[in-house]
Design a protein around this ligand. Structure first.
Ligand SMILES: Cc1cc2nc3c(=O)[nH]c(=O)nc-3n(C[C@H](O)[C@H](O)[C@H](O)COP(=O)(O)O)c2cc1C
Length: 244
């Protein structure tokens, strides 16, 4: 039996998983370039390619992680603390989300079940109990450590195409993640990394018309069991809307 391109693509699509624990092994520069060159072929609205990417490895990656972790800690201290802690946050402003899009919001009722199942399955695999809020916060903090990945990318969408540049950014994101996977790398797209934009804006010359939509941790996956997590999908019957 011969393996067709369709088989290969289908396997790649179905076996890509979000990694949440990376080996510190650096991504060879050429390999990162290949993945970016592939992603650059993503289709977009009128071929406007209305997105930009900021890539951080090495020292810059470490600095951004430290700054984002600090902001996370400040935000958590205010959330968990009393009135004084909350006042302090309001006065200092450091720790208040300053991203271009809100990342903390109430989920719509009809999406709650999937959200809970996905989070619940992940925590169960990590051995984190439902009521262990401290361990949950620690796991959330891992987002800002980029789950140990040696490289992090920040994806920006142009303001001027409304939702369509965000849509295009999503197409770009999946193209990037699939190419990474095909090249033996793992990724985790992270909306959490859009919570604070100031450290990334200070480190890169981001044109003002571009808004931070998400981050992506990238590297070689570790052997940690968390990387086996597969939250599955609803079936296609649930995806398709019936005729009226
Ligand atoms: C736009 C986007 C944002 C995401 N944000 C996060 C995040 O902040 N933290 C995280 O651990 N996973 C994040 N994920 C990963 C999803 O939880 C994951 O894709 C989903 O559960 C399906 O699992 P899979 O990618 O392993 O198939 C994000 C994924 C996408 C596409």
């Amino acid at each position: 039996m011969t393996t067709t391109d369709a088989d290969t693509l289908s396997t790649l699509i179905r076996t890509r998983r979000s990694a949440r624990d990376f080996s510190p092994r650096a991504i060879p520069e050429d390999l990162l370039k290949t993945v970016l060159e592939d992603a650059n072929w993503a289709p977009s609205w009128s071929n406007t390619q209305p997105y930009r990417v900021a890539v951080a490895s090495g020292e810059l990656r470490d600095r951004l992680s430290a700054e984002l972790c600090e902001l996370f800690d400040l935000g958590m201290a205010a959330q968990k603390g009393g009135l004084w802690a909350k006042l302090k946050l309001l006065l200092n402003r450091r720790g208040i989300p300053d991203g271009d899009f809100p990342t903390q919001f109430k989920y719509p009722d009809d999406l709650q079940a999937r959200r809970r199942a996905t989070g619940g399955g992940l925590y169960e695999l990590l051995g984190i109990g439902r009521k262990d809020l401290a361990a949950r916060d620690q796991q959330m903090r891992r987002n800002f450590e980029f789950f140990g990945a040696p490289t992090v990318l920040f994806l920006f969408a142009h303001k001027g195409l409304h939702e369509f540049s965000v849509l295009d950014s999503g197409v770009f994101l999946q193209t990037l993640m699939l190419s990474a996977h095909a090249n033996g790398l793992a990724t985790c797209a992270q909306g959490a990394l859009a919570t604070w934009a100031s450290p990334v804006r200070a480190a890169f010359r981001i044109p003002p018309q571009y808004q931070l939509i998400c981050g992506v941790s990238m590297g070689y996956p570790s052997q940690a069991p968390v990387n086996q997590y597969n939250p599955g999908r609803g079936n296609v019957g649930q995806l398709l809307v019936p005729t009226s």
